[in-house]
Design a binder for this molecule. Structure first.
Ligand SMILES: NC(=O)c1ccc[n+]([C@@H]2O[C@H](COP(=O)([O-])OP(=O)(O)OC[C@H]3O[C@@H](n4cnc5c(N)ncnc54)[C@H](OP(=O)(O)O)[C@@H]3O)[C@@H](O)[C@H]2O)c1
Length: 275
């Protein structure tokens, strides 16, 4: 792997680092000698991971318990890392949310929208501006392999992930000349707590292998500086190509409706909370 610390800076900020894909980003970055600022709500998990990574790799990691849905959270994060040589930002925090839109509480759908769009936008703006001013840095945004289609029963979540893909691919070109590498990673089904406890849907009813989250982090970090968009896994690449270039949007939406409808669950759909 390239020398991330020399290329970008001594610290990385990873949101959603307490589990799943974000935790694996933190593990990979620390193994590469980068100190990691670990952001999520579950403080004990962040503290345990920070200590473990320090023990394993000698990095100076900082657990930062923060609810990114709280007003001013990204400004707060920005202030808490001021003075550190932050060179990499991974905007990964999120939660999966499915079910018929009108059956879900609007407040939860608005949280999905904020966490998956406004939060990465604020992070890209804050850190992107600083990275451009100093002429180096990297921003990784986490989208999804469903981002190229409209997806019934994940209508708002999928629309938010489309936004992330579009934002990141555009910023890749905007910031390239300033020495800032922007990459979007679009995982398919990945074996995480978020997937296991996803409200509104039972993923065990869907076919297809679930990828280990470490593979997502590895693919993204390998593509950083080389590509604007990475889709880990051959089947997910196939889905991406199919929904982007082969199927008209109305057919891909129909396809997703047929796949997801049988996996919907009847229990009340409330967004997951910390703990
Ligand atoms: N798993 C998949 O199949 C899959 C596929 C495509 C895309 N993705 C995307 O990958 C990203 C990571 O998901 P995952 O599957 O790894 O799920 P996960 O294991 O549930 O991890 C989600 C992370 O986000 C954090 N988070 C959630 N709400 C937060 C908030 N309000 N403030 C701060 N942190 C918050 C969680 O930490 P706390 O609970 O401690 O706050 C946790 O660390 C998400 O953006 C998801 O949409 C996942």
């Amino acid at each position: 792997m390239k020398d991330l610390r020399t290329q970008y800076g001594q610290y990385a900020v990873v949101t959603g680092a307490s589990s799943g894909i974000g935790e694996q980003f933190a593990r990979r970055l620390a193994a590469a000698g980068v100190n990691v600022v670990l952001v999520a709500r579950r403080e004990e998990r962040l503290e345990a991971l920070a200590a473990e990574l320090s023990r394993l790799h000698g990095t100076a990691n900082i657990p930062l318990a923060l609810d990114l849905l709280a007003p001013g959270a990204v400004d707060d994060l920005w202030q808490r890392v001021a003075g550190l040589d932050v060179g990499i930002v991974v905007a990964n925090a999120g939660f999966y949310f499915a079910g018929p839109l009108t059956a879900n509480p609007l407040a939860d759908e608005l949280d999905v929208l904020t966490l998956h769009t406004a939060v990465p936008l604020r992070m890209a703006h804050r850190f992107g501006r600083a990275f451009a001013a100093r002429g180096r840095g990297a921003i990784v945004l986490v989208s999804s392999s469903i981002a190229a289609s409209a997806v019934p029963y994940e209508a708002n979540y999928a629309a938010a992930k489309s936004y992330v893909l579009s934002l990141g691919q555009a910023l890749h070109h905007e910031l390239k000349g300033d020495g800032v590498d922007v990459l979007v990673v679009s995982p398919g089904q990945t074996q995480t707590e978020g997937l296991d406890s996803a409200p509104g849907i039972d993923f065990s009813r869907l076919s297809g292998a679930k990828m280990p989250p470490a593979r997502v982090a590895d693919a993204a970090l390998a593509g950083l500086g080389r590509r604007a968009h990475v889709v880990p896994g051959a089947m997910n690449v196939l889905t991406d190509v199919l929904t982007k270039y082969v199927l008209p949007r109305r057919l891909s939406a129909r396809m997703y409706a047929a796949i997801l409808r049988p996996a919907l669950t009847a229990e009340p759909r409330n967004a997951p909370s910390a703990g």
